[in-house]
Design a protein around this ligand. Sequence first.
Ligand code: PLP
Length: 443
Amino acid sequence: MNRHVSSGMPNDLQNYWMPFTANRQFKQDPRMIVSADGMYYKSSDGRDILDGTAGLWCVNAGHNRPLITQAVQEQVAQLDYAPSFQFGHPKAFELANRVADMFPDGMDHVFFTNSGSESVDSALKIALHYHRMRGDAARTRLIGRERGYHGTGFGGISVGGIVKNRMHFGSMLTGVDHLPHTHDLERNAFTKGCPEHGAEKADALIDIATLHDPSTIAAVIVEPMAGSTGVLMPPKGYLKRLRELCDQYGILLIFDEVITGFGRLGAATAAEYFGVTPDIITTAKGLTNGIIPAGAVIVANKIYESAMENADAPIELFHGYTYSGHPIAAAAGLATLETYKQENLFERVADLAPYWEEAVHSLNGTKHVIDLRNLGLVGAIELASRDGAPGARGMDVMVKAWEKGIMVRVTGDILALSPPFIIEKAEIDRIFETLAEILPTVD
Ligand SMILES: Cc1ncc(COP(=O)(O)O)c(C=O)c1O
């Protein structure tokens, strides 16, 4: 199935400091991937591995898709690079138009980045810039949420709420506060779709606004569905309540849709899926099907227009990246969006979602499982932690799944699944049958 690519192992694994990886453990027993096609990776020992995670939530259309591969190859030969400051190239504008068409009405302006972390830091800066340019310069506070993941830049870890991502890196941004997370196993365990309980947790914004005064708060940033912390669905009504409160206080609402953007829930955005429109949306991953690093920040028209009207210099926003709207990323993005459209992949997610839901919940009663969650083509299996060794059991399951030819992602003791949208029902069955087989065999 795959074109044969070197299956040899490198001589030495020591020089590469791998990100978010147990380097010492990995280098003892590496999981090396050498090629990919459709739903499958090929490991260095020649096995096909079913991609249960779309890489890192990014390869939404599956691997080695012809339209995208060809667009990238052609673009390299035609225009490999053009400066992004004070010069343009057509495909960046075309991609911005395509993205704006897919995103909620009234959000027509797109700022390109190279990753989710850059999208988040850009969005936070744009929010501060917006208030300042309108003469509301006291609005400098940024509000995130416990357990939030917004990438690894200083802005993202400051508003983020995952302790290990924060504790080693000093005091980070000042003037940041956090909403409580919405995870509530006692009331919501084994819910299919969004949980019934917890909308009132949005009201914590009232306390935060009372403490600091709303006039000091620039923006609230949340993942509409929290992914990297272990998949937490928003309680019913929660996002709508946040929107109402932000409107009431004049605070910008940012949805971090780096995972949910581009179809993961069965609609182009979580904003569309939940019927709640924020002021800014951050994206990356699915924008280019993970093929070329790229991200985008999509802003409400009032934000772009205000920047144009209130600019204090010819350059309206002193922010950007050498590779913003990179020609190859733009070509990959255009071909990716075309692939989603031609193959109706977001509708396919919506069609598969009920089958997926049943498959996820088929693990109810399986050893170690204390919760199952699902939405769109996202699933989470929360395991009881081993005494004194949080994360160890989850890691064991992930490694065993790899050995049995399934890629799953693990965060602590939560297994997260998010396959490419081209997955077939038989492959869904295989993922959950394999997990049902593995779980009783781990300590
Ligand atoms: C919601 C969210 N924001 C930001 C990021 C960071 O993206 P990147 O790793 O591309 O910087 C991620 C990555 O998983 C994410 O899930």
